[in-house]
Design a protein around this ligand. Structure first.
Ligand SMILES: [Zn+2]
Length: 379
């Protein structure tokens, strides 16, 4: 629709690469793999590094406004996290690393990097509120959406998107923030942060039963004043572009339009992509383009175009960077024509690209019924 040169911003900082979660432990023993070559932690630096490299190689980097990363303050973090958790991450990091909670290891110096990741969401909010850009992609690590108030979880130390949303409300007087989380895992930390808060509509699409165990069910809808402002869409494994786009059209977009957000945030983990090591979904670069277009349309209609996507998970070193490039290209309003590793024609012909499967139809129908049927009043 909009064809003016849509300038988007990018936040990336080499210091993001310095967070080192170490080796990937075997679930059974907690020890290393028996291979001669060490197996790096899946949340290692390489995916973000390759993604930034690809953005630069594509030539898109020249179109993007560079938004500097910034360090979050303790006050910023305290809006979401307990002081004890912040202190624990700081101490472990200074002592050379350790477990910050549940599957969220810090390495030496990770505290500083995590402060920078959380502060980057804040810098992105400041950039879209003040201009000159309305759209920002924040290529941060470590990711954030699993981190809860009192501990790290699932590779996440501090909840970057939640800290950004709280900053927007506290410092810019933004009343309604929409957070759409399309990472293949449930954004449990973000859900917890805004569970009773009607000022943040949190919508998570994720593979059902993945991680965290037992989290992200249809009946988790918030509580108290926040009841109805959390919406989960657990989807069966194997969903591709068709199911994701149907879920957007039938559930995510109606909820978003009813809420009329003043700022749109996306927890953009591209681990629902067709080659991911954690997810069992089949989303393609085309799917990510179309989901991004949908978010742009919501932001343009209600939020003065203000849209920030923050990197969350994503583990395919081959396909993941191309999926993120597709998101950033769409934010920037330009296709670079970078040749892709998977044949788009073949991907488009796959059943999950073309049609909503029966299990997916049941899941989307259930979410539609749960979140939209009772006609909650708008706003
Ligand atoms: Zn994930």
């Amino acid at each position: 629709m909009e064809k003016e040169t849509a300038v988007a911003g990018l936040v990336f900082d080499d210091r993001f690469l310095q967070h080192n979660p170490g080796l990937y432990p075997l679930w059974s023993t907690g020890g290393p793999y028996p291979f001669v070559d060490p197996v790096l932690h899946l949340s290692n630096h390489r995916l973000a590094m390759r993604t930034k490299h690809l953005i630069d190689l594509s030539g898109l980097g020249e179109d993007l406004l560079r938004v500097p990363a910034a360090r979050a303050t303790e006050e910023d973090l305290l809006r979401v996290h307990a002081a004890e958790h912040i202190a624990r991450v700081r101490e472990l990091s200074a002592a050379g690393g350790g477990e910050t909670g549940d599957g969220a290891p810090a390495g030496p110096g990770s505290y500083e990097v995590a402060l920078l990741a959380a502060g980057t969401g804040i810098a992105a909010v400041d950039a879209v509120v003040a201009g000159p850009t309305r759209r920002v992609f924040a290529l941060v690590r470590p990711p954030g959406h699993h981190a809860v108030r009192d501990r790290g979880m699932g590779y996440c130390l501090f909840n970057n998107v939640a800290v950004a949303a709280c900053h927007a409300r506290a410092r810019h007087g933004i009343g309604r923030v929409l957070i759409v989380d399309w990472d293949v895992h449930h954004g449990n930390g973000t859900q917890e942060a805004f569970w009773t808060d009607p000022g943040v509509l949190f919508v998570s699409l994720h593979q059902e039963g993945l991680y965290p165990a037992g989290s992200g069910n249809l009946d988790e809808v918030g509580a108290g004043a926040g009841r109805g402002f959390t919406a989960n869409l657990p989807l069966p494994a194997g969903c591709g572009d068709a199911a994701y786009l149907a879920a957007f059209e039938r559930v995510v977009l109606p909820l978003a339009h009813r809420f009329r957000p003043e700022l749109v945030l996306v927890s953009a983990g591209q681990d629902a992509c067709a080659m991911d090591q954690h997810g069992r979904m089949c989303v393609t670069t085309d799917g990510y383009r179309r989901m991004t277009e949908a978010m742009i349309a919501v932001a343009d209609e209600h939020a003065g175009g203000r849209l920030i996507a923050l990197q969350e998970g994503g583990y395919s070193e081959i396909y993941g960077p191309y999926c993120t490039l597709a998101v950033v290209e769409t934010l920037a309003g330009r296709r670079t024509g970078m040749p892709e590793p998977l044949d788009p024609g073949r991907l488009a012909a796959l059943p999950p690209s073309r049609a909503v499967g029966m299990d997916a139809e049941a899941a989307i129908g259930a979410a539609e019924g749960r979140h939209l049927s009772r006609g909650r009043s708008g706003g």
